[in-house]
Ligand binder design. Structure first.
Ligand code: GLU
Length: 281
């Protein structure tokens, strides 16, 4: 049975890009006589606003997207994240890190790297874990799992390349888990067989596949869809004026008709579709 999910973060209103993503997840479930779940990714501390969740559910109903089962909230799953982190810690795969973003950027620049890849400053050091972030020792993790593959419905079979992320943070200083850890555990707990999301998260899947191997989790298939972008190619964003679905809904626009237009790739003026090329945008 195919089970998909739409997993918005309540840190801003939904816009057309979210609508497109929800439609892809919903329709792939329905055409396969499967199930479509809604999960609220609300562990982003202060950025999460529970009042938005009510709007999200009203937006989905307005678009004609009926979901199955109860809405799941990540904030109800903190013990599961802590348990998984403890397991990885016991395996010797996590280490505490107290570096600030500025320190990481400075160290990365000093080592001649052009990205914000963590230079491993705290690895192997005696760091007070209280209030620290916890990072995955990527080298050790890869040595344990060996080569991994995963499959995207559109881009085909991929060789997992999580090393490009370096020692990723799995437990944040300011949140009970990172996106990578929480989403991977949740997709397993929710029995998601087909993970649908925008191609902007394609690369993150390399890390998720590694976490599945480390934690003995089932491996779904992925479907990273193309993105709705502004004429200049940038992703739609509320902060750049992408109108909220809730505003359209309250203004009396026909949500079902909007959903059908998005399905047919008929987008409002100024919005384009960036198809994926080998998966990545
Ligand atoms: N919460 C993420 C977002 O709102 C989606 C994560 C996912 O689908 O894996 O962009």
């Amino acid at each position: 049975m195919v089970r998909t999910r739409f997993a918005p973060s309540p840190n801003g209103p939904l816009h057309l890009g979210h609508a497109y993503s929800a439609i892809v997840a919903h329709d792939l479930a329905r055409t396969n006589r499967g199930e479509f779940l809604v999960r609220i990714e609300d562990i982003d501390g202060e950025r999460s606003r529970s009042a938005l969740v009510e709007d999200f559910l009203a937006d989905l109903a307005w678009l004609g997207l009926r979901h199955d089962g109860p809405v799941v909230c990540q904030s109800g799953r903190l013990p599961a994240y802590a348990q998984a982190a403890e397991r990885l810690r016991t395996m010797g795969l996590l280490y505490p890190c107290r570096c600030t973003r500025a320190e990481i950027a400075a160290a990365a620049t000093a080592s001649g790297r052009d990205g914000p890849l963590y230079p491993g400053t705290c690895r192997g050091r005696d760091i007070d874990p209280a209030g620290a972030a916890w990072r995955l020792d990527m080298g050790k993790a890869l040595a344990l799992t060996g080569p991994l593959t995963w499959t995207d419905e559109l881009a085909g079979r991929q060789c997992a390349d999580p090393a490009r992320f370096g020692d990723v943070i799995l437990i944040r200083k300011d949140a009970p888990a990172s996106y990578h850890l929480a989403a991977t555990l949740d997709d397993a707990a929710d029995g998601i067989t087909l993970v649908t999301r925008g191609a902007d998260l394609f690369a993150a899947t390399h890390v998720h596949r590694l976490l599945q191997a480390l934690l003995d989790l089932p491996v779904p298939v992925w479907h990273h869809h193309g993105l709705l972008v502004e004429a200049g190619g940038r992703k739609l964003a509320k902060r750049r004026g992408a109108p909220a679905l809730a505003d359209r809904r309250r203004a009396g626009q026909d949500g079902q008709a909007l959903a059908d237009a998005l399905r047919a790739h008929h987008f409002p003026a100024g919005i384009l579709f960036a198809p994926t090329l080998n998966g990545e945008p």
